[in-house]
Design a protein around this ligand. Structure first.
Ligand code: GAR
Length: 220
């Protein structure tokens, strides 16, 4: 996948809820110099707030309710069709709370980008901030990575760190991490769209400029 200045990379966003990371991608794409744009938003939950964000931005917003399908394959078949109809190059799954099957993930090798609110491989799964606080770590953050069949795993594209304070609750920590997510995800998508990320032996090689990742890791 490489960057073509004539054609911005088309992102298909899969969401389940609030869609604040989706909003960060939509906002990034408003700059004509940004090399990617959200082409379609698909939610597995009817009425997800992210669908309204898509509509407000004039983007196609599609509900594919997983409860209406007998199998995951049938559900994903409909998702695949919408992605193809909208000529999507890259899938982003910010806050998409369904596990994708191996066969779907394998159809999009190195083309599904997920964001997780911890410094993977620490604290995968759910109730992430609760896990972080229970472990007593002093630094947390977020990770953008390519999806592989295993959940919350796959080559890491970028990470941003934030401090964990003694007084934190899961909510206060989530809010601090979320601010970093909103910067990290558009940056990582830009690096991919500019052809600056490659995958070798299960790791990424990222051609980032000095300091490109540091601006939003306020560890003080
Ligand atoms: C984000 O914090 C994202 O990292 C997390 O869900 C939130 C979605 O917020 N994802 C996961 O926990 C996936 N394992 P958003 O809908 O406002 O973007």
């Amino acid at each position: 996948m490489s960057f073509s200045p004539e054609r911005r990379m088309r992102i298909g966003a899969l969401i389940s809820g609030r869609g604040s990371n989706l909003q960060a991608l939509i906002d990034a794409g408003r700059d004509p110099a940004y090399p990617a744009e959200v082409a379609v938003v698909i939610s597995n939950r009817p009425g997800a707030k992210g669908l309204a964000r898509a509509e407000d931005a004039g983007l196609p917003a599609v509900t594919i309710d997983h409860k209406e399908f007998e199998t995951r394959e049938a559900f994903e078949g409909d998702i695949q069709k919408v992605l193809e109809d909208h000529k999507v190059d890259l899938i982003a799954t910010p806050g998409f709370m369904r596990i994708l099957t191996n066969s779907f993930v394998e159809k999009w090798p190195g083309r599904i980008v997920n964001i997780h609110p911890s410094l993977l491989p620490s604290f995968p799964g759910v109730k992430v901030h609760e896990q972080v606080l229970a472990a007593g770590v002093k630094v947390s953050g977020c990770t953008v990575h390519f999806a592989v069949p295993e959940v919350d795993a796959g080559p890491i594209i970028g990470q941003a760190a934030v401090p964990v304070h003694d007084s934190d609750t899961p909510e206060s920590l989530a809010a601090r991490v979320l601010k970093a997510e909103h910067k990290l995800l558009p940056l990582c998508v830009r690096l991919i769209a500019e052809g600056r990320v490659s995958i070798e032996n299960g790791r990424t090689l990222v051609d980032a400029h000095p300091g490109e990742f540091e601006v939003f890791s306020p560890l003080l």
